[in-house]
Design a protein around this ligand. Sequence first.
Ligand SMILES: [Zn+2]
Length: 217
Amino acid sequence: MDAVLKSLMQRAKREEEARAASAQELPRPSREEAEAAVRTLIAWAGDDPSREGLLDTPKRVVKAYEELFSGYRIPDESVLDRTFGEIGNFDDMVLVKDITFHSHCEHHMVPFVGKAHVAYFPVERVVGLSKIARVVDLYARRLQTQEHMTSQIITAIDEALKPRGVAVLIEAEHMCMAMRGIQKQGASTITTQFTGIFRDDPQEQIRFLSLVRGVRV
Ligand SMILES: [Zn+2]
């Protein structure tokens, strides 16, 4: 890994730690306060929060938030804490593709949904394959930008496994683009990030992209 990328990743890590620390310092509002906030938003939208159909909505919204944003309650390092050493002579690419996810953009708090494709080249250690999907979920279930989510996934795998390289490709449709603003349905946003062998060896990058696209190589 060259110096530029290394310092970029170190900076990303520092920013990440600062972000986590400031989030922890904030007192969490009570459930009642959160429900009151939902009532305010219903009224702001133009409806009557006290009409029958909306009476229990704040409760349901707050409960849904617990699930949709559960990524804040799980420590980052806990997901990839178990790695396995018995991989024989295997030293080729491990690719988990088509990991579906739902996230919320941090600018509008509306969903963006899509698929993540994650590959790495193990050195001595691997993780359970479902853990890769869990890392995607961990970061998806927070307020996000697609770019930030891409780099968080790559950093988490890089740090936990110290592999020869990691590749992440995320494709997603952003509801804030489809439902509001420019109102373009079906436009997909693709972000990629590569480290190590995926960044340095164009052949491996092509192989990753071809496998993601289902092309035989
Ligand atoms: Zn947005």
